[in-house]
Design a binder for this molecule. Structure first.
Ligand SMILES: *Cc1c(COP(=O)(O)O)cnc(C)c1O
Length: 342
């Protein structure tokens, strides 16, 4: 089943930019085709526009073919490209399930694309009937964030599958926190749902927020659309080198994840003993959503101690809540000492 009917007409008709580095496919010794500086700085050549070396390693790690992978300048670029590929401004819309990650709305707003909101239901789970109820032929993207930011919980694969099946547009599962989750990844659903995109990132568990690298896993047809629309060299050489190095040491990532999971449990125990803490929501991510009495006072007190958390207390369904990232052991102890003093 083709997804071309969901694509904006101007994108379907687009003749993409053809870079020197992607036009010539053979082997050669002398490259005089891209107006580069010939003197070797280590970075005088344009990078591989399709990052095949990186994709081959990710393919092996994730068990997904390299042709089914797109890499972006952070997940944020992937979100922006999805909107620009599929959503005709003032005509189409995206569907989001608040409280959730803020970039879906910001990217849609920048592109002048309508946002339909269907609030999460009990235990921050999606209300599938309500989501499918707002959908029509102009519903191009459904963003499911699982584990969800800022609530920390995951959606079941059954619920995600049901939505991917029923939603007429593209269902996007944002798995930025999947490495911290007890729930399995939606990558296993890719074969079954041709309109599914799964996003992951190197910004969280891999400790590489600074290099800006996001992944999208999807059908070859969707990957081809990303490649058509992306800036030719959206993933720079420094980033490609840094991620290749990181991918050679998966154990390091696993150790960090184990440490953070242990600290998450410990931090929840610490917090549950505090009188002003009303609720600690279950977390499948590297943060805790914590409901406290007088959240702004707690926030300001922590700022005075040089500790910054995220105040989510004015976000609908997160009233009274702070979002606290699980830090290194000594950071979490300092946080706890500050909260005891509070
Ligand atoms: C942190 C986060 C990301 C990561 O975005 P990058 O642009 O890859 O750094 C993506 N989605 C969610 C929900 C996040 O919380």
């Amino acid at each position: 089943m083709s997804i071309q009917h969901l694509v904006r007409e101007n994108i379907r008709r687009l003749t993409p930019y053809s870079s020197a580095r992607s036009e010539y496919k053979g082997r050669a010794d002398i490259f005089l085709d891209a107006n580069e500086n010939p003197f070797d700085t280590g970075y005088n050549r344009y990078p591989d526009p399709l990052q095949w070396e990186v994709k081959d390693k990710i393919a092996e790690l994730k068990g997904v073919a390299a042709q089914n992978i797109f890499l972006g300048n952070g997940s944020d670029e992937v979100i922006d490209l999805l909107i620009r590929i599929f959503c005709e401004p003032k005509e189409d819309h995206i569907v989001i399930l608040p409280p959730t990650y803020g970039m879906y709305r910001v990217s849609a707003d920048i592109s002048n694309v309508e946002v339909r909101e269907v609030k999460l239901a009990a235990r921050f789970q999606p209300d599938a009937d309500a989501v499918l109820g707002v959908a029509d032929e102009h519903s191009k993207l459904l963003f499911l964030c699982s584990p969800n930011n800022p609530t920390g919980n995951s959606f079941s694969l059954e619920a995600i599958g049901q939505l991917a099946e029923g939603f007429p547009g593209i269902t996007v599962v944002d798995e930025a926190y999947i490495d911290f989750s007890a729930q399995p990844s939606s990558l296993t659903l890719l074969g079954r749902y041709p309109r599914l995109v799964v996003m992951q990132t190197f910004s969280k568990a891999w400790g590489l927020a600074g290099i800006r690298l996001g992944m999208a896993f999807a059908s070859a047809e969707i990957v081809a659309l990303f490649n058509k629309v992306k800036p030719p060299y959206n993933v720079n050489q420094l980033t490609q080198e840094a991620v290749l190095k990181a991918l050679d040491d998966k154990q390091q990532k696993e150790q960090w994840v184990q440490s953070i999971l242990g600290q998450r449990t410990l931090l929840a125990q610490y917090l549950s003993g505090l009188e002003f803490v009303e609720r600690i929501y279950p977390s499948d991510a590297n943060f805790l959503l914590v409901k406290v009495k007088e959240p702004r006072r707690v926030y300001d007190f922590l700022v005075e101690q040089g500790i910054i958390v995220r105040d989510r207390s004015r976000v609908a369904l997160c009233e009274g809540c702070l979002r606290i990232t699980v830090g290194a052991p000594e950071e979490n102890e300092q946080l706890f000492r500050a909260l005891v003093e509070y």
